[in-house]
Design a protein around this ligand. Structure first.
Ligand code: GLP
Length: 245
C-alpha cells in the first residue's frame, strides 16, 4: 500500500521529505539510507544540508547506498551520479566519505561490479529508508519497463525516453551513456521504508498510472504497491490527473 502525502509545491515536498529522512536518522543514527539522483531530490538534500549546518542533524554514523550510476562515467565526470551526490549532499554534511556507496561506472566488468554492489548492500544489513524519484516511464533507479522485475543490481540498456529525458543535463544527446548499473527491484523492495517523491505536471500521468493502474513490470514503480511501508509525497501538479483523492 502506498501512503500518499499531499504537498503544495516542490518546496513543500522537499521539506516534508527532509523531515521524514531526518526523523529516520534521529531515531536510528547509524541508519542505512538508500539515495537517489535526478532533479527531484535536490531540494530535499539542500534542506538536509541546512539542518546539518545548524547542528540539528548528524550524519556521522549514517551509511548510504545509491541506486544507480551510468556505465562508462567515473566519479569525476560532472554527469556521474557519484559527482552529483558529492556536490548535492556528501560534501556539505558530516558524513564519512567511506560510508557512501555508488556503483562504480568506471568498472566495465558488469558481472563483477553488480556482484560487488549487491555485496555492499548485503554487508550493510539492508536499507532502512530508500529515497526514490520516478522516471516519466515509471522507472525507479534505472529499472526500465520490461517483462519481468529484475531482482538484484544489474546492467541495463536505457530506453530512448530516458536518454531523451536525461539529455537535458549533457552537452548533446550523443553524450548520454546508453547503459547504467542499477539496484534491482528486489533490493529496493528489501528496504524497510520507501519514500518516493514526485513534483511537477510532467509526472502527473505516471503518478496516475502508479496509483490507479495495475502492478506490472511495464511500470516498474507499480511494484511498490506490494510493499507494506511506502510513502509517496506528491505536489499539486504531480497529483493533478488523479481521480482518487
Ligand atoms: C533518472 C534516475 C532516477 C530518477 C529519474 C527522474 O533517470 N536514474 O533515479 O528518479 O531520473 O529524474 P528527475 O527527478 O530529474 O525527474
Amino acid at each position: 500500500m502506498i501512503k500518499l502525502v499531499k504537498a503544495r509545491d516542490y518546496k513543500d515536498m522537499s521539506r516534508k521529505a527532509a523531515n521524514i529522512i531526518s526523523a529516520q536518522v534521529i531515531l536510528k543514527p547509524d541508519s542505512v539510507l538508500g539515495l537517489a539522483t535526478g532533479s527531484t531530490p535536490i531540494g530535499t538534500y539542500q534542506t538536509l544540508q541546512h539542518w546539518c549546518e545548524k547542528g540539528d542533524l548528524d550524519f556521522f554514523h549514517v551509511k548510504t547506498v545509491n541506486l544507480d550510476e551510468y556505465v562508462g562515467l567515473d566519479g569525476k565526470h560532472d554527469q556521474s551520479y557519484r559527482y552529483f551526490m558529492n556536490q548535492n549532499l556528501f560534501n556539505h554534511v558530516n558524513i564519512v566519505p567511506a560510508n557512501t556507496h555508488v556503483p562504480d561506472g568506471s568498472n566495465l566488468d558488469a558481472e563483477a561490479e553488480c556482484e560487488r554492489y549487491h555485496e555492499v548492500i548485503e554487508s550493510m544489513g539492508g536499507i532502512d529508508l530508500q529515497l526514490l524519484g520516478i522516471g516519466n516511464n515509471g522507472h525507479i533507479g534505472f529499472n526500465e519497463p520490461c517483462e519481468e522485475f529484475p531482482v538484484n543490481t544489474h546492467k541495463v540498456e536505457l530506453t530512448r525516453s530516458t536518454i531523451e529525458a536525461n539529455s537535458r543535463l549533457f552537452d548533446s544527446i550523443d553524450d548520454v551513456p546508453r547503459y547504467a548499473y542499477t539496484m534491482g527491484i528486489g533490493e529496493i523492495m528489501g528496504a524497510k521504508t520507501i519514500l518516493i517523491l514526485a513534483s511537477g505536471k510532467a509526472k502527473a500521468p505516471i503518478i496516475k498510472e502508479l496509483l490507479e493502474g495495475p502492478v506490472t513490470p511495464h511500470v516498474p514503480a507499480s511494484i511498490l504497491k506490494m510493499h507494506s511501508n511506502v510513502i509517496l509525497i506528491a505536489d499539486e501538479d504531480a497529483r493533478s490527473l488523479l481521480t482518487i483523492e
